[in-house]
Design a protein around this ligand. Structure first.
Ligand SMILES: Nc1ncnc2c1ncn2[C@@H]1O[C@H](COP(=O)(O)OP(=O)(O)O)[C@@H](O)[C@H]1O
Ligand SMILES: [Mg+2]
Length: 222
């Protein structure tokens, strides 16, 4: 599904150059559950952003099925993200003045979907969060907010879920429950990629890569 070939990413500002990714080659199959681990600053988020079409490599090739993402212009990237990618962040990134239902409805509004109530409520039921529909983020626990954020990433049928430290703001038990949910979503066939520095989270993924200074240093699968 995903093929990265000799990907480099260099950030340059004024006199500084940071080589965030250094010759990354990687294949990720459909339905995979992959953990990307590494210390802070190793390049994990940069890699996730490239996979999600939020940023472009400085050089190298990125293929998603037959699409060459690394050759896309902004308009094509936007369409690629909309069609294929769901993002989940450490801080949930929900909109505070909207209810859980409204937060999950947003991606459908952006796509001009009509039967939104039915789609959102079905997704909420599936994730066991339908009782939260009318609540605002400030009235939900961290675990509940992350479930809503996962729901928001799923409603539009993204093919792949990209999660940047999804348990980073949660206690161990709640983080474990969020991982239960991601595992369940993966068992239903969705490709799930999780950036984490928590070994417990990584161990729950079938495949694991570790990056250090922008390079893949270990590549393991169960
Ligand atoms: N927008 C940016 N501009 C300049 N340097 C950046 C930018 N984003 C990340 N970096 C640098 O790239 C390296 C990798 O960062 P990042 O991918 O965020 O690491 P991680 O997510 O593993 O902590 C770090 O040295 C970081 O400082
Ligand atoms: Mg990061």
């Amino acid at each position: 599904m995903i093929r990265l070939k000799n990907i480099n990413k260099i950030y340059s500002n004024y006199e500084n150059e940071t080589k965030a990714l250094n010759d990354i080659s990687l294949e990720i199959g459909q339905g995979e559950m992959l953990a990307i681990t590494g210390t802070s600053g190793s390049g994990k988020s940069t890699l996730l952003h490239l996979l999600g079409g939020l940023d472009m490599p400085t050089s190298g090739e990125y293929f998603f099925d037959e699409l060459e993402v690394s050759k896309m212009n902004d308009r094509e990237l936007h369409a690629f993200r909309k069609q294929n990618i769901g993002f989940v962040f450490q801080d949930f990134a929900l909109i505070g003045r909207y209810t859980a239902f409204e937060n999950m409805e947003l991606p459908l509004i952006a796509r001009g979907v009509k039967n939104r109530r039915e789609i959102v409520m079905n997704c909420m039921k599936r994730l066991g969060i339908d009782h939260l529909a009318g609540k605002r983020p400030a009235h939900m626990s961290g675990g509940q907010q992350q479930r809503v954020a996962i729901g928001r990433a799923l409603v539009s049928n993204a093919r792949i879920l990209l999660c940047d430290e999804p348990t980073g703001a949660l206690d161990g038990k709640t983080g474990g429950e969020v991982m239960d949910l991601l595992e369940e979503i993966n068992r239903e066939g969705k490709t799930v990629i999780v950036v984490t520095h928590d070994i417990k989270v990584a161990e729950r993924c079938r495949c694991r890569i570790e990056i250090e200074d922008g390079r893949i240093v270990t590549d393991a699968s169960d």
